[in-house]
Design a binder for this molecule. Sequence first.
Ligand code: SAM
Length: 231
Amino acid sequence: MSYNVSPVGFVRACFKEKFAIPRQPQLAPAARGVLELVAPFDSGEAVQGLEQVSHVWLLFLFHQALEDKPRLKVRPPRLGGNTSMGVFATRATHRPNGIGQSVVKLDKVEPGRLWISGIDLLDGTPVLDIKPYVPYADIIDGATNSIASSAPQLIPVQWLKTALQQAQGHAQRLDEPLVALIEQCLAQDPRPAYQTPGPEREYGAQFWDVDVRWHYPQAGMICVLEVIPAK
Ligand code: SAM
C-alpha cells in the first residue's frame, strides 16, 4: 500500500549544501530561513494562531538523500561513520520514506511565510507538515539516549583578520548574523570523523551566497581563511 503526500511549502535556507549543516536543530541559533507556503496554505488562514507559538515541529523530506532501496542499517556520522546501527535507532538522512523532523524557532509569522531559525535544513527542503511545539507534552523529563547522550563537543574557531572583515561586510549586506552562523556551524567540526587533516588541507562550504574556506592549524582547532562571494 502506498500513500501520496505533497509539500505544504519549501524552505529558503542559509545552507546551500549538506556539508557543514549542524546534525540537529538548535545547535546553530543563527541558522535562519523562511518557510514559503504553497497554495492553498499560503492564504493566511492556515497559520492563524501560530503567532502564539515559539517553536514548531517541521516534518520534511530529505530531498537530497532519497533512495529507492530502503536501508536497514546505517553508519551515523556521529559515531565516526564506521559503526553500523539499525536505521530506526538513528536520525540518519537515509531512511524509509526519507522523512526528517526538526524543532525550529518561529521568529515571525506572515500569511504564506514563516521566519524560522536554529534550522538544520538544506535550502529547497520540501516541508510536509508543520505542528506547534507543545512543551508539556514534548519535554520528557528523564528521557535518555545513550547513543547520542549530549550535543557534539565544540571546537574553537579562529579567524584570519581579513576573513573576519569579509564576513562582517557580507553580514551587513545580507542583514544576517553571518559571523555567528559560521562560528556556530564550524564549531561543530563538520569534517568527517575519520579524517585527520594536516594544516595544508582546506575545507569549504557555502552559507547564503558566500563561500567559506577554513583549515585545521592544529588538531581540534579551526581557522577561517576566507569568506568570498560564491561562484
Ligand atoms: N533533525 C532532523 C531529523 O532528526 O530528522 C535531521 C537530522 S539529519 C542527521 C541532519 C542533516 O541532514 C544535516 O546535517 C544535513 O546534512 C542533512 N540535510 C538537511 N536537509 C536535507 C535535505 N533536504 N536533504 C538531504 N539532507 C539534508
